[in-house]
Each structure stands twice: as C-alpha cells, then as structure tokens.
Design a protein around this ligand. Structure first.
Ligand code: G6P
Ligand code: ZN
Length: 542
C-alpha cells in the first residue's frame, strides 16, 4: 500500500562536488534519507514506469538505505529497479548499467574515498540517463526541493532479498538483482586486449592491485585475478567491508602506503595500482616510480591508440583546472582540443556526450573516457596494462620517454584538512580581494604573471560556473592554485596545487619536493596559510 508520510524539511541537504555527503549519524536523523530521496524524485520528470539503477560501495548503512530507496521508488511509480547484488555497484559500473539498460537514472550510495563505519561518512548521489552525475541544474533543483519538502511517499512492504540474483516485486514494481561485476567486465573486454595483457602477465610481469577493502575487490578479483590470469593473490584487501577495515579508502601515497612501499622495495612487482571506496579513483605506481594522476592522464592519452577501444584516436582531452598542464602538451602534439573544466567529474559529461572529448582526468586520481560517464579506476589500470602489454617496456621507461618528448610538469597537491571554515573562507576572500594587484609583483624570487578566479563557460550548454579556484601564474610557466574542497564533511579543506614545468631539454630527474620548493614558499607568502589556518604543514601531500 502506498503511504504519504508527513515530514519536516532539513536545511542542510545541499549536494556538494559529488552528491550529498555527511556523517552516518547525520543521515540517521528521522526521515533524513527519505527527504533527500523524495526531493530527487520530485525534481525529475517522466520516470513513471521507467528503470532506476541502484547500488553502492558497500559501506556501513548501504544495505538499509537500499531498502528505503526500493520502497520509495515503488511508491513514486518507477517500473523497475536494477540493484547490484548485495547492494554493490562500483560508481563506474553503475554508470555502465544505467547506459546499457537505458535506465532513466541511478542512485549511487557512496562517500567515495571517505572512511566508512557508524561514526564515519555516507553519501547519496543521483546520476542522470547518460550515466553521469546530475548537472548543477538538477542538483540545485534537488536542494531547493529539500528545503520545502513536507511529505514523502513509500510503501509498506517487507525487505527485498538483495543477495540473490533474480526478480521480485514491490507493489507491482520489478526489482532485479543483477550481478555487480558481469556487465562491467564485459565492457572492459570490448575496450582492451585481454589476450595481450594475459600474455604479458604470463611472461612473468608482476601486477598487484589494492582494493582497499572497498568496492573494487570483486571486480579486480574477476578481471585481474581470473580473466587476466594474475591470480587472486595479486589482489590485496579484496573483500569489501562496511568500514573498509578501519582504513581510509583513498588511493594516495598516505592511505595506500603499503602498496607504495611494496612497489618501492628492492624486489618490487612491475606494476601496482589501487582504487578508492567506490571504484572511480586510481593510483598508479610502477616498479620504483610513482606516476602522478596528472602525468598518468597525459601518458594514457599519448598511448591510448595502442588499446583496441581507442585505436581510432582521441577526439579531445579534458582535464580539471587544477590538474597539471601535462595533458595539454599531448593534445597539442596530437592536434586535438584540450578542455579545462572546474573540479568535478560532472563537468566532463557534456563534452563526452557531445563527442568533443574522449579521455578526461583530474589531479584527484580520477581518469576515464567516454565508455561511461564517471571516472573509472579499473579502466585506468587496464589501459595502463594494455599499453604495457604492447610496448613491453617498464613503467619507468614509459614515463622517462614521455618527459623526454613533452617535458615534465613537476606537480604536488598540499591539503590542509579540517581547518576552521571561517578561517578558510577568510583566506580565500583575502586572496580574491588582492588578485588585481598581484601581476607584476615578485614573491620568493618568482614573478607573478597572472592571477584570476577561474570561471568556466560550458561550450555545449553555455552555463557558467564562477569562483572555481584562484590561479596564480608565474613567469616561466609555473603555477599555484588555491581552492577549497567541495567533498569534505567536517570543517574546510584547503587545497594548494603546485606545478612547475621543465622543458624536454631541462632537468627531468629532480626530486619533486625540491623542484617545487620555491613555489611552496611563494604560496605561503601569497595566501598566508599559516596565519589564517594556524597550520605550518599540510596534512596530506599527494
Ligand atoms: C570527487 C569528485 C572529483 C573531484 C574530487 C575532489 O572525487 O568526483 O571530480 O575532483 O572529488 O574534489 P574536491 O572538491 O574535494 O577537491
Ligand atoms: Zn570515488
């Protein structure tokens, strides 16, 4: 029976860079989930009888929320829900299922790389029919609706068995529990030469993958472990756990340190990779060499034609503004356009849909292509493996040859986490206030050439996104960017992005911290980070 339940609006349900993210306990307030889900449905038109895709990264609270959404989808008139077995779908796998089955949209339960557990984070986001995150027009409408909502619709029905593949019904709505991995693995087989990768691995090339006790475990076990023949032992932390084993499922040098150490050991494997909570991020580490996400994007773009799915070449490359300019040089050489977008995968959606870009990437460990509308951690790993299988060179050799061709963009991001929101806002406001006065002045021996607040006009729909980060450009091509994170759940996180370009005939073998030292000093001098935040060191350097 369909019920309309009265509710009281919450005023804090504004979706951030990637959906609504809060502490689990916050989500456990009365009707908090129901309000947000109803606000999503209320903001959409024409889904009557249509298909919704539903899945999540398996974190704490995932299973309960799946049941809530199933009942509400039935009450609101969806015809069918495709739900990943056990409530599991990685974010790129969900994107693929939406596209493959021409669903109306999807609800993904994830707080990505944030920790999980009763005292940690949860998240909900809505993806549209192209498989990508809802654009701002939709998330703005959802937010507006959350502030006024006074009732939600649900049905009285027992829990659905989401662990057994097959079909059941709620109030006439079909619920199909699908294999979480099968469609995704099939898609990967169309893009990459699995035979060539299997031969590489069979020849003794050692691959390891850290699933960080998060969603990619089952995907990596099937694809890397079985289909590519690396064996189950090649997948570390392959079982998804509701609290990710107490770890922070963020594949960076801090949280994936075990993997990094494995690759830096004298007897290291040839290739190591990791993915995050929901499977859309990637970390690539070769034997004795870390590949920054910005470099990885550039190297993948330069070599993508070696994989069957990209043999026809790329239409264009897109990167987020704080991502280094390494990919720009590849685009230039290939004679294809390079698009610079604000942070957030949703900004790539229009470019991909319009066939303007084929490969996209972000400094925040996200890379992907037009095969889905999310970034895709395992996809990046498989493209690297396909390239390695064709070139039969080490990761280090590929990186060195790349820099010798295009030059090297030394790059790092410094994060100051959990700082006081007012202090962070004050820092940014002060910076914005002095932008006009900066060009021409010298700091830490560097001359400022340009200073602005990045604004983006979408070339497809003309929408404008302002205040996307402060860019300070120096003479010689170095750059510092200041931005506040849009994905945190407590306090503010200041991100400082540092980049220095060294041409192909320059010194390509420096240590990154040493290459960036003058920029670190300049960033402090320009923004007064210590003065505003009380911090003298970043919490995370990636
Ligand atoms: C998520 C988004 C990315 C974004 C990243 C960092 O992973 O999907 O598109 O780059 O968060 O965002 P932030 O606002 O925290 O820098
Ligand atoms: Zn993620």
């Amino acid at each position: 029976m369909i019920e309309t339940v009265p509710t009281t609006a919450y005023q804090d349900q504004k979706p951030g860079t990637s959906g609504l993210r809060k502490k689990v306990r916050h989500f456990q307030q009365p009707n908090y989930i129901e309000n947000f889900v109803q606000a999503i449905f209320d903001s959409l038109d024409g889904f009557e009888g249509q298909t919704l895709v539903l899945g999540g990264d398996g974190r704490y609270h995932n299973r309960e929320v799946i049941q809530v959404v199933l009942r509400m989808a039935a009450a609101n008139g969806f015809g069918r829900v495709l739900v990943g077995q056990g409530g599991i779908l990685s974010t790129p796998a969900a994107s693929n299922v939406i596209r493959k089955y021409q669903a109306f949209g999807g609800i993904i339960l994830s707080a990505s790389h944030n920790p999980g557990g009763p005292d940690e984070d949860f998240g909900i986001k809505y993806n549209i029919g192209n498989g990508g995150p809802a654009p701002e027009s939709v998330t703005d409408a959802i937010y507006a609706r959350t502030q006024a909502i006074d009732a939600y619709k649900t049905v009285t029905a027992p829990d659905i068995d989401i662990d057994t593949i097959g079909e059941s019904f709620i109030e006439g709505m079909s619920v199909q529990v699908i294999d979480s991995v099968a469609d995704y693995a099939a898609l990967m087989e169309t893009l990459f030469d699995f035979g060539a990768i299997r031969d590489l691995i069979g020849s003794g090339f050692r691959v390891v993958f850290d699933a960080m006790s998060a969603v990619t475990g089952p995907y990596a076990l099937e694809i890397i472990g079985r289909r590519l023949g690396a064996g189950e032992a090649a997948v570390f932390n392959g079982v998804p756990l509701p609290d990710f084993g107490g770890h922070h499922p963020d594949p960076n040098l801090v949280h994936a340190k075990d993997l990094y150490d494995t690759l830096m050991a004298p007897d290291a494997p040839d290739f190591g990779a990791a993915s995050d909570g929901d499977g859309d991020r990637n970390l690539i580490v070769g034997k004795h060499i870390f590949i920054t996400p910005s470099d990885s994007l550039a190297m993948l773009a330069a070599n993508a034609h070696l994989a069957p799915g990209y043999a026809a070449g790329l239409k264009g490359i897109a990167r987020s503004m704080p991502t280094s300019g390494a990919a720009d040089r590849v685009a230039e050489k290939l004679g294809i356009p390079l698009y610079e977008t604000p942070t957030g995968w949703k900004f790539f959606g229009n470019l991909l849909d319009a066939g303007m870009a084929t490969i996209c990437g972000e400094e925040s460990a996200g890379t992907g292509s037009d095969h889905v509308r999310e970034k895709d951690g395992l996809w990046a790993v498989l493209l690297w493996l396909n390239i390695l299988a064709v070139r039969r060179e080490s990761v280090a050799a590929i990186a060195e040859a790349h820099w010798a061709t295009y030059g090297r963009n030394y790059y790092a991001r410094h994060d100051y986490e959990g700082i006081d929101t007012a202090a962070a806002d004050a820092l940014m406001a002060e910076l914005r206030g002095k932008l006009a006065s900066l060009p021409g002045s010298a700091v830490a021996g560097l001359t400022i050439a340009s200073a602005d607040d990045f604004a983006y006009t979408d070339p497809v729909d003309g929408s404008v996104s302002a205040k996307q980060g402060i860019r300070i450009g120096f003479e010689g091509g170095s750059r510092v960017v200041f931005r506040l994170s849009g994905t945190g759940t407590s306090g503010a996180t200041l991100r400082v992005y540092l980049e220095r370009y060294e041409p192909a005939d320059g010194d390509l073998a420096q240590d990154t911290p040493q290459a960036l030292a003058p920029l670190i000093t300049a960033a402090e001098a320009i923004a007064g980070i210590a003065r505003h935040s009380g911090r003298s060191e970043p919490d995370v350097v990636t």
